[in-house]
Ligand binder design. Structure first.
Ligand SMILES: NC(=O)C1=CN([C@@H]2O[C@H](COP(=O)(O)OP(=O)(O)OC[C@H]3O[C@@H](n4cnc5c(N)ncnc54)[C@H](O)[C@@H]3O)[C@@H](O)[C@H]2O)C=CC1
Ligand SMILES: O=C(O)C(=O)COP(=O)(O)O
Length: 333
């Protein structure tokens, strides 16, 4: 790979300090400016060769067009739906992420949300703090023997499956790309969505956000599910249609939802967050020390490797398959 000249990098969000130190140790000037408004970022971006973001910075086409020197956008994390990859590609700007750095953390939070839904732990904690001792209200149901439908059998979906199998859940799943025999080798029964919806006690989505996954769970698909199905979205807001989810919660068609992500973050409309059967987090899937350390370190190392013209694959220890976005996105994007 031809070396790329990157002398200055802007970090626009809270990224593990290892990111900065690796870049600086390699002679790259680093500036950290967090919580910039779009106009501020547009004014700032022309001074940098590289930009490091997480999910909150929306790298839209107007930012990319204003980025006269930008050569690389590094996403310290997985989803690149906050980056206009087409606009970047047209300008010859490389977009790369650290796709496996936060897999375990996102999978663990998904499992925590599934367990919270089964035993009402967050609601019971709030009730205790309010001075109550209510043992009837929070009657739960075992996960043992229940069916978990996993939509999106990639890195996170796979890890969620193995963890929930240890609770005795039957795991079924759908993925248009993961071969059925691979899913089967993970203990997941592969099937079509039409077969999956009516069988699930719990559904968890683990796809990227893209046109084909927007509203995967909607009024029509909720109607195909078991009454009282519980759903979890630790992937991206909008994969489960928020208005349809609220309707399903109100009718009882959906018995509970665990939400880490929202279409708008933070959500101005608090109807879902405030619903008694919803447990929610402020996009915490990747918020662990370990995940942040890996993602911060990996993205910096990937930038340095690119500057040095090294072949990226194999260059990063925890992350053997970093993805360099191009016109033809690889699997899963
Ligand atoms: N809440 C959080 O903090 C985090 C959220 N995420 C989100 O989770 C998503 C998934 O992450 P990974 O598992 O690492 O990605 P991945 O690329 O390993 O897996 C995604 C899977 O979804 C499948 N897929 C694509 N379209 C589909 C469809 N229409 N129906 C069913 N499956 C479909 C792909 O074939 C792929 O196997 C990321 O794109 C990101 O948006 C990731 C990390 C942390
Ligand atoms: O990696 C991802 O896709 C995430 O959603 C994590 O987002 P964050 O880096 O915590 O803003």
């Amino acid at each position: 790979m031809a070396p790329i000249r990157v002398q200055s990098v802007l970090i626009s969000e809270s990224v593990d300090p290892r990111c900065r130190s690796i870049l600086e140790e390699n002679g790259i000037r680093v500036t950290e400016k967090h919580n910039m408004k779009k106009d501020e970022l547009i004014a700032e971006i022309k001074d940098y060769d590289g930009l490091v973001v997480r999910s909150a910075t929306k790298v839209t086409s107007d930012i990319i067009n204003a980025a006269s020197n930008l050569k690389i956008i590094g996403r310290a994390g997985t989803g690149v739906d906050n980056v206009d990859v087409d606009a970047a590609t047209k300008k010859g700007i490389i977009v790369m992420n650290t796709p496996s750095g936060n897999t375990i953390s996102a999978a663990e939070l998904t499992c925590a949300l599934i367990m919270s839904l089964s035993r009402h732990v967050p609601q019971a904690v709030m009730s205790m703090k309010a001075g109550n001792w209510d043992r009837k209200k929070f009657m739960g149901a075992e996960l043992y023997g229940k069916v978990l439908g996993i939509v999106g059998l990639g890195r996170i979906g796979k890890e969620v499956a193995s963890r929930m199998q240890s609770f005795g859940m039957r795991t079924i799943g759908y993925d248009p790309i993961t071969p059925p025999e691979v899913a089967t080798s993970w203990g997941v029964e592969p099937m079509s969505l039409e077969q999956l919806w009516p069988q699930c006690d719990y559904i968890t989505v683990h796809t990227p956000l893209m046109p084909s996954t927007v509203g995967l769970l909607n009024d029509e698909t909720f109607a195909k599910c078991k009454k009282g199905v519980k759903v979890v979205n630790c992937a991206r807001g909008g994969i489960i249609d928020e208005a349809a989810l609220l309707r399903a919660l109100e009718s009882g068609q959906c018995g509970g939802a665990g939400l880490d992500v929202f279409i708008e973050e933070p959500p101005k409309d608090r109807s879902l967050v405030n619903h008694p059967n919803v447990v929610s987090c402020p996009h915490l899937g990747a918020s662990t020390k370990e995940a942040q350390a890996r993602c911060g370190q990996d993205i910096a190392q990937q930038i340095v490797d690119m500057v040095n013209g090294k072949n990226l694959v194999g260059a990063v220890s925890f992350n053997p398959h970093p993805i360099v976005m191009s016109k033809s996105p690889p699997k899963g994007f």
